[in-house]
Write a protein that binds this ligand. Structure first.
Ligand SMILES: [Zn+2]
Length: 237
């Protein structure tokens, strides 16, 4: 199965972490840059490990220039722009996001979107661009439906396993099967029951199991469907 969003550049014991993932049956990992330096790192990791693919971008917390990202775009295994998005609606963040939307459009690449309660702005800025992943989705039913209408993919991570996430589980149940993705955001957002420990891509199985439980289907079905969706979206084998 495929972990649609992680940050392998944060692990010092990379070889072991990728070994753990592979033993758990994780055949693909989408490793996301958050600034110019980490985008260069994820390209190197993708080069080194067959199962790893890279996304390159500038997170709203960074002040790097997205134009520097464009120099990296033609490296092999770069499958998306991001992660990029909004923590707030301040003009600096909006400008940063708009530049990366433009970059994705010019190169016909998917956008890996980070969104902290800026639903309206995200819809407005991304418009009808169809190649979008809402990573670590935490929005409500109305927003999910708006996203799906535009052809966007909804990726769920560890938050869907948290006790308090009742509303999010209702959303996860309602996402059309062909728009569903799963992720870890490792080393962050460890799923239940492992909270308090470091998150790793192998834990995407826990997320998949929770989604299967919510949707009343088998883990196998969720693994298959989400892997198929990720391959289609990212254009990977
Ligand atoms: Zn992330």
């Amino acid at each position: 199965m495929i972990d649609s969003h992680c940050h392998l550049q944060e692990f010092e014991d990379l070889q072991a972490v990728i070994g753990n993932a592979s033993s758990a049956g994780i055949t693909g990992m989408i490793c996301c840059g958050t600034d110019v330096e980490s985008s260069k790192q994820v390209i190197q990791i993708a080069k080194r490990f067959e199962s790893v693919y890279a996304t390159i971008g500038v997170h709203p917390e960074s002040n790097d220039d997205p134009l520097e990202i464009e120099n990296l775009i033609n490296f092999p295994k770069v499958v998306a722009i991001g992660e990029c998005g909004l923590d707030t609606d301040n003009p600096r963040e909006i400008k940063l996001l708009k530049m990366q939307v433009d970059l994705a459009k010019r190169h016909n690449l998917p956008l890996m979107i980070h969104n902290r309660k800026q639903d309206k702005k995200i819809l407005e800025i991304l418009g009808d661009y169809p190649k979008v992943i809402l990573h670590c989705f935490t929005g409500d039913m109305v927003f999910m439906k708006e996203c799906v209408k535009r052809g966007w993919y909804i990726s769920f991570g560890g938050i869907v396993t948290f006790k308090s996430s009742h509303g999010l589980r209702d959303v996860a149940k309602a996402v059309p099967e062909d728009k569903l993705l799963v992720e870890t955001d490792a080393p962050y957002i460890t799923p239940e029951p492992l909270r308090g420990t470091r998150n790793e891509p192998r834990n995407v199985k826990i997320v998949a199991a929770k989604i299967a439980e919510i949707r009343g289907t088998s883990i196998n079905q969720i693994e298959e469907v989400t892997a198929r969706n990720a391959r289609r979206l990212f254009g990977i084998a």
